[in-house]
Design a protein around this ligand. Structure first.
Ligand SMILES: CSC[C@@H](O)[C@@H](O)C(=O)COP(=O)(O)O
Ligand SMILES: [Zn+2]
Length: 240
């Protein structure tokens, strides 16, 4: 039987090796409240290898040797740390790699993301996406995978929202559906849960995730001050 230990796939002195980068990112994300209490995570695609964390572990304390490695073409694990299971987010990360050609996908349980999903549901409607405009930070988000450049200051940012389910992996179908309906999106919010954000590479996924989290925090604060999220005031205003 072929060994799946393959520790050399995750052990490297190179700080940019995906196994090292995932651990470093999760340590940073923990300080932002994005991967608290084992929730959330990050996965990186490097050539034909997908690097992914174990399930149910404290994501900020992981070591590179805790990482699983999946062969992207065969969908088989070629490195499996003993006694651990791969993250339940795996099929959702895979959707970003296969359907969007992403190089990195980040899942956070950010409270700002969760609050925004609740505000949209209460004030706009269950089927509505999150929409906001006229914020400088919107320029941190690309226009779309088939479009050149980033959104402009006068563009409207739209992030779809899907409903949460009992098991993370069962979100895959609705995440894929949201990707179809919103072909330009680089993120999908999950109601009462968090967000999936992907990018062409680690740098882009991280900066897009940061830009979105900044926008969500601002949106929550704007709501408290009864400031509209869009210039036509159709989104974000409470009744009356
Ligand atoms: C606080 S448990 C959260 C999990 O159920 C899930 O939402 C999650 O984001 C992480 O799943 P995991 O399988 O531990 O990587
Ligand atoms: Zn989650």
């Amino acid at each position: 039987m072929a060994s799946t230990d393959n520790e050399h796939l995750v052990r490297s002195d190179d700080s940019q090796h995906p196994a090292n980068v995932i651990c470093e990112l999760c340590r940073k994300f923990y300080t932002l409240g994005w991967v608290t209490g084992t929730g959330g995570g990050t996965s990186i695609r490097h050539e034909n290898h997908i690097f992914i964390a174990p399930s149910g572990v404290q994501k900020e304390l992981m070591k590179p040797t805790d990482m699983f490695v999946l062969d992207f073409s065969t969908r088989e694990y070629i490195r499996k740390p003993p006694t651990l299971k791969p993250s339940a987010c795996m099929p959702l990360f895979l959707a970003a790699f296969t359907r969007r050609g992403a190089g990195c996908c980040i899942h956070t349980h950010s409270q700002w993301a969760v609050l925004v999903t609740l505000l949209v549901e209460r004030d706009i409607g269950q089927a509505a996406p999150f929409e906001i405009e006229l914020l400088e930070q919107i320029k941190g988000i690309p226009k779309g995978p088939k479009r050149q450049g980033n959104l402009g200051y006068f563009d409207r940012l739209q992030i779809p929202i899907i409903e949460n389910v009992a098991h993370e992996e069962d979100l895959t179908e609705s995440l894929e559906e949201a990707m179809e309906i919103y072909p330009d999106t680089y993120a999908v919010l999950v109601r009462r849960h968090g967000i999936y954000v992907w990018g062409d590479n680690v740098h882009k996924a991280k900066t897009q995730c940061e830009s979105l989290d900044y926008i969500f925090q601002l949106a929550v604060e704007m709501k408290k001050l009864n400031l509209p999220w869009t210039s036509d005031g159709k989104s974000g205003l409470t009744d009356g």
